[in-house]
Write a protein that binds this ligand. Structure first.
Ligand code: URA
Length: 231
């Protein structure tokens, strides 16, 4: 099936070096026998325990990443660093749900559940995405209304109505679509320019502010429950 250290990573969300440490500390058993070989190949009917708790293998994993600027949202790229390099997981089908531009920060969901990926991006689901937007120039009340009502960004249709509110000198913009460079193009259409962009939420998921840029973690049970309609 897979190596014991990889199995621990999958079940407990620990890094490979943490998994190796747990094994070295004799905290991992197969049945009632301590195993100390990280490369042991787990078999289908092995009962693996950590500190005497039986582990269950999860079919899919769900990771929330606070994406830093400077990383492309792609599974691999020949020239630039990818968001996948920031997570320490060894499942082969992991991929980001949607994309953030290289200079955009904030909430990015990564999973190997292709159905969730598809459902959360489906235009018919209208998943809300809230962005903190900092602009080169002031956003007037008139511009705020234009962003709210829908604006021509050069596609065949104007953008759908959006939520837009002031947040200090920045704005919070919540859109329900996911067009290419949508937020930047919306501001451009008002004659402005985005100088900093950060995604604060994606559907029911909120950016965990305790995650520093570049840090990630598995979704909690509560967060998984909140996206069950997309699973
Ligand atoms: N809109 C953009 O323009 N860029 C992003 O990264 C996300 C939304």
């Amino acid at each position: 099936m897979m190596r014991l250290d990889g199995y621990l990573c999958s079940c407990k969300g620990v890094t490979r070096s943490e998994a190796k440490k747990l094994i070295k500390e004799k905290r991992v058993k197969i049945g009632d026998t301590v195993v100390n070989d990280s490369s042991y190949h787990v078999k289908e009917d092995d009962i693996i325990k950590l500190d005497d708790e039986i582990l269950t293998y999860e079919e899919y994993i769900y990771i929330i990443l606070n994406k830093p600027a400077g990383y492309v949202t792609a599974r691999n790229d020949e020239r630039q660093s990818t968001v996948m390099e920031l997570i320490d997981e060894d499942r082969k089908n992991l991929s980001p749900v949607g994309r953030l531009d290289i200079d955009t920060e904030g909430l990015l969901l990564i999973t190997d559940n292709g159905k969730l990926n598809h459902n959360m991006l489906s235009p018919s689901k209208h998943v809300d995405k809230c962005y903190l937007v900092r602009c080169a120039r002031d956003v007037s009340d008139e511009d705020m209304n234009a962003l709210r009502n829908g604006i021509d960004i050069g596609d065949d249709k104007p953008t759908l109505p959006a939520k837009c509110e002031r947040f200090g000198s920045d704005i919070l913009l919540t859109i329900h679509e996911g067009r290419f460079h949508q937020v930047k193009r919306m501001l451009l259409a008002t004659g402005n320019e985005v100088v900093y962009l950060k995604r604060l939420s994606f559907g029911p998921l909120k950016l965990d502010e305790s995650l520093r840029p570049g840090e990630s973690r598995r979704l909690t049970k509560e967060e998984l429950g909140s996206i069950k309609d997309y699973l």
